[in-house]
Design a binder for this molecule. Structure first.
Ligand code: PEP
Length: 247
């Protein structure tokens, strides 16, 4: 049985004052029936870990380098995230792929390094609007799965987030049929590559303009095990509404 997961991605948002939102969130969900995860900017990881220390809220990095350490000014290693108290790292977000030219190979290398450092990985995949309109979505998803996922993973240490790029931060959401088609497809691909046991145990998140108002409908779709939430994770009230829809 896959436990549901509500994950928030703060992106390049959040100063220390915003930790009050995390306090409010923890107070609103003292005993959540789902797993909770927030990926703040790297500057807030340590303090968010302290803020959440008495609550079942896990903290994630938003990226890490593929190398364990070295001359990579401005980058952050998997070991540094772990040392700061993070348990997870998001990899291959479309904004990393777009802004930093990250390829599937890069994402797979980062995932290997992160897993070796003891982090759990949230690997993001998703198609552009052009790819969807050209009816290439499933081929794109297949390619990203094949290229971005390491050969060895488990349902315990890996989560996959399907995030259609055209739905991120736009207020546009695919139809429930479109979400279900992709999630079912991802599930079948995982079962083929990793075997039924592992394939069925990996959690699949949907991401892209999830809000309290649409969360329940999205969470009712087959093979949707939770959400990766951007904008609506910044405010405790909004994220709380999404968590309640998942519970
Ligand atoms: C995201 O950035 O992963 C995301 C899903 O953003 P939003 O919820 O704002 O669309």
């Amino acid at each position: 049985m896959r436990r549901k997961l509500a994950a928030g991605n703060w992106k390049m948002n959040g100063l220390s004052a915003q930790l009050s939102e995390v306090e409010a969130l923890c107070a609103a969900h003292p005993d959540p029936k789902v797993d909770l995860l927030i990926a703040p900017p790297a500057t807030l990881i340590s303090s968010m870990v302290v803020t959440a220390s008495d609550h079942p809220l896990a903290v994630a990095g938003q990226d890490c380098h593929a190398q364990e350490s070295g001359a990579h000014t401005g980058d952050i290693s998997a070991a540094m995230l772990k040392d700061a108290g993070a348990s997870h790292v998001i990899l291959g977000h479309s904004e990393r792929r777009e802004d930093h030219g990250e390829s599937d190979d890069d994402v797979r290398s980062k995932a290997r390094t992160a897993l070796a450092a003891g982090l759990k990985v949230v690997i993001c995949i998703g198609e552009t609007l052009e790819e969807r309109e050209a009816a290439n979505t499933l081929d794109i998803i297949a390619g990203q799965l094949a290229g971005s996922l390491p050969d060895v993973l488990t349902g315990e240490n890996t989560i996959i987030a399907y995030e259609p790029i055209w739905a991120i931060g736009t207020g546009k959401v695919p139809t429930m049929g479109q979400i279900g088609e992709v999630h079912d497809y991802i599930r079948s691909k995982l079962e083929i590559r990793y075997g039924e046991g592992v394939g069925l145990s990996i959690r699949l998140l949907y991401g892209g303009s999830v809000k309290p108002s649409n969360a329940a409908e999205i969470f009712a779709v087959s093979n949707v095990d939770g959400a990766l939430v951007g904008g609506a994770s910044l405010k405790a009230d909004d994220f709380s509404g999404i968590i309640k829809a998942l519970e």
